[in-house]
Design a protein around this ligand. Structure first.
Ligand SMILES: Cc1cc2nc3c(=O)[nH]c(=O)nc-3n(C[C@H](O)[C@H](O)[C@H](O)COP(=O)(O)O)c2cc1C
Length: 185
C-alpha cells in the first residue's frame, strides 16, 4: 500500500507554463469539487472562473489579488474565485461548517488537478470586499474564500528561486507523531 499518487504529487506552484489547460480539464476540476462531502450535503460552494484567453476578465481577476500573488498568478491559465454560502438552506441559519466544506471541495479539486498533471494554487491573499463587489455578491449570504491559480507548473529546473523555495516549503510537513494521537482508553 502507498499514499495516493495524486496526493503525493500535489503542490502549490508559483510559476506556470504557457501551455493552455483544456476546457475538459477545467470541467473535471469543478466535477471533483462537486463530489466533495459536505455537512447535510449542503454543497455550500460556488466557483467563478476566468480563462486567460479572455484577457479583460482575466486581468480583472488578477486585479483582485494582493501582496506578491498577482506577480506570479498572472501567469496562470485559469483563475478561480471560490465563494461559500454562509447560510444553510436547511434552516436558514448560519452554516458553521461552510468554511470547512468549501475547503474540502477545493482540496478535491487540487487532487484532481495533480491527477491530470496540472496544479492549482489557492490564495487567501486577495481583496474580499472588492471581490464581493466585483461578483455582485449578497454579502449577507455569500463570502469569497480563496482565489485559485490553475496551470501546468514550470519545471523546477526552469523555475525561479522563488519557485524552488516554494517546492522546498511544500516538502516541510509535521511528523504524524505531532498531530496524530491514538486513544486507547
Ligand atoms: C486557504 C489557503 C490560502 C493560501 N493563501 C496563499 C496566498 O495568498 N499566497 C500564496 O503564495 N500561497 C497561499 N497558499 C498556499 C500555501 O502557502 C501552501 O498550500 C502551503 O505552503 C503548503 O504548500 P503546498 O500546497 O505546496 O503543499 C494558501 C493555501 C491555502 C490552503
Amino acid at each position: 500500500m502507498q499514499l495516493n499518487k495524486a496526493i503525493q504529487n500535489r503542490w502549490s506552484p508559483r510559476g506556470f507554463s504557457k501551455t493552455p489547460v483544456s476546457d475538459e480539464m477545467i470541467k473535471l476540476l469543478f466535477e471533483a469539487a462537486r463530489w466533495a462531502p459536505s455537512s447535510r450535503n449542503e454543497q455550500p460552494w460556488t466557483y467563478f472562473f476566468a480563462q486567460r484567453e479572455n484577457s479583460k476578465i482575466f486581468d480583472e481577476f488578477v486585479g483582485l489579488l494582493t501582496g506578491n500573488n498577482p506577480l506570479w498568478a498572472k501567469d496562470a491559465q485559469v483563475l478561480i474565485i471560490s465563494v461559500m454560502s454562509k447560510i444553510s438552506s436547511y434552516n436558514n441559519q448560519p452554516n458553521g461548517k461552510a468554511l470547512h466544506d468549501m475547503g474540502a471541495a477545493s482540496v478535491s479539486m487540487a487532487v484532481q488537478a495533480a491527477e491530470m498533471g496540472i496544479q492549482i494554487h489557492q490564495m487567501g491573499g486577495f481583496d474580499k470586499q472588492k471581490a464581493s463587489e466585483y461578483l455582485q455578491l449578497d454579502t449577507q449570504r455569500f463570502e469569497p474564500v480563496t482565489m485559485i491559480a490553475v496551470g501546468y507548473p514550470i519545471e523546477e529546473k526552469l523555475g525561479s528561486e522563488d519557485q524552488k523555495n516554494r517546492k522546498a516549503q511544500h516538502q516541510t510537513r509535521k511528523e504524524l507523531s505531532e498531530f496524530v494521537f491514538q486513544k486507547t482508553d
